[in-house]
Ligand binder design. Structure first.
Ligand code: PLP
Length: 444
């Protein structure tokens, strides 16, 4: 019988399985997705230059691999906070290398710094302040952790660098008493490295507005020239949590090992972080923790591997920056990490004529017409209309390039360009295709 008017009709069946809103909002990480798309294109025989994924291409130092092999039989769970010997080593590494006030008791080992950052967001109260652009995973993590986000706009003509005024403005817009800022220097996606003056000014504002600063220093080993990476922890030690790990400087992203260092004033966070870890990942794989002991001990072989890898990143970054600016893109000169963040705004009118008004359609068009994969700036929090793209500079065979470097160290800028051209031909190829693309859009 039909339901009488005013009565509820047959209930529409509930979707099965029902998914929580927070999970429905979560998308696959853009960096991992582009990696899969490029792999699938290559499997179909489509020639593709991969400027999309930031993974160190170098071999893991031999002594670290050896330690992993030697401990492959270790099948016991380790303490959730991390192997005590590893925490000691990591603390010593952070003290000696970056002058952090590090002690093993305040070191937490996790399956990548990404997971540790997420757990910290779960533990801490307060809005999350992020400079735009920022690494792709911070904002989705904030959303998963139920945090309100406050973006800070930065100026492309000043290399998209966070400054004290920007932070001041974000603090005024935040509604929470305590706030959190994630500061990533050297920076993914821009390659910028903040100077001590910039860090000091940002730290002053952080103190004034009760901002906890999370210094994501995963690229700290990859700074170009003779500079050492300065840390904001120097200027606001009481409120600065530092993260680092094996993924970038030690070329061991797939090992999945990250480190978090709490300052003495925030040591009370450790039991909360350890509780969450104990209910989620339990501990990092035992063989990997033993391998990490060798990495953080920084013996001669490891030191050399880390230094040489950074030297190559410097050459490739400089090479691509020069090529992009010569092609008429706006692009800040990278000072570290392995990324650039050029934008096509100088070609805006030409792109508009082709119906390209946003970075995502630009990336899709670029991939389809040239086979060059890059990520849209929007994934990093900047407006799609900026036509910015994130370029990772690592599409080459790291073992081959390292061997080349050890045979002959190029001394002059021209020799360094020739070195990249010779040993990392896909970078030259990618640049040539992008130039051709620009030439083509200009013809219409
Ligand atoms: C800025 C930044 N932070 C953190 C991470 C995560 O590193 P891990 O491999 O330690 O999780 C990455 C990796 O791409 C990154 O680019």
């Amino acid at each position: 019988m039909p339901a009488a008017s005013g009565q509820a009709g047959p209930a529409t069946p509930a979707p099965f399985p029902q998914v929580r809103a927070v999970a429905r909002k979560a998308a696959h990480s853009p960096t991992l997705s582009i990696h899969e798309r490029v792999a699938s294109r290559r499997a179909r025989g489509l020639d593709t230059v991969h400027f999309g994924f930031g993974q160190s291409p170098f071999p893991v130092p031999e002594s670290v691999q050896e330690a992993l092999r030697a401990h492959s039989g270790d099948n016991h769970y380790l303490p959730t906070q991390g192997l005590p010997a590893l925490r000691e080593r990591a603390a010593r590494y952070l003290r000696q290398r970056f002058r952090h006030d590090a002690h093993a008791d305040r070191v937490l080992i996790g399956p990548g710094s990404k997971e540790l950052l997420y757990h910290l967001l779960l533990v801490l109260e307060g809005d999350l302040i992020l400079p735009a652009p920022s690494w792709v995973s911070y904002a989705p993590q904030a959303s998963l952790a139920g945090k309100r986000l406050v973006w800070v706009r930065t100026d492309p003509d000043r290399g998209w660098r966070l400054d004290a005024e920007g932070l001041e403005d974000a603090c005024a817009r935040s509604r929470s008493r305590q706030k959190i800022l994630i500061l990533n220097s050297p920076c993914n996606p821009t390659g910028s490295v903040l100077s001590t003056d910039e860090l000091r000014d940002i730290a002053t504002v952080a103190r004034r507005h009760n901002v906890i600063v999370v210094a994501d220093e995963i690229y700290a080993e990859i700074v170009f020239g003779r500079r050492r990476c300065a840390s904001i922890a120097r200027f606001c030690p009481e409120r600065c949590v530092v993260t680092n790990g094996l993924s970038k400087g030690f070329s061991a992203g797939g090992y999945r090992l990250g480190v978090m260092l709490l300052p003495p004033d925030m040591a009370d966070l450790m039991p909360h972080l350890v509780s969450i870890a104990s209910e989620t990942y339990s501990c990092v794989a035992a063989p990997v923790q033993h391998a990490a002991c060798v990495a953080f001990a920084m013996g001669d072989e490891v030191q050399r591997a880390v230094r040489d890898a950074a030297a190559v990143h410097s050459m490739t970054g400089e090479f691509l920056w020069r090529a992009f600016t010569q092609a008429g893109l706006r692009c800040a000169r990278p000072q570290g990490a392995f990324y650039l963040f050029p934008d096509f705004s100088p070609w805006r009118t030409h792109l508009f004529r082709r119906g390209i008004r946003a970075d995502e359609s630009l990336c899709a068009d670029l991939l389809e017409r040239t086979g060059v994969a890059v990520l849209p700036g929007r994934a990093f929090g900047v407006s799609a209309a900026e036509l910015a793209v994130r370029v990772a500079t690592v599409d080459y065979d790291g073992a081959v390039v390292l061997a080349g470097l050890r045979q002959h160290r190029p001394g002059t800028p021209a020799a360094r360009r020739a070195f990249v051209h010779h040993h990392a031909p896909r970078l030259t190829d990618g640049v040539a295709r992008m130039r051709e693309y620009i030439a083509r859009i200009c013809q219409r």
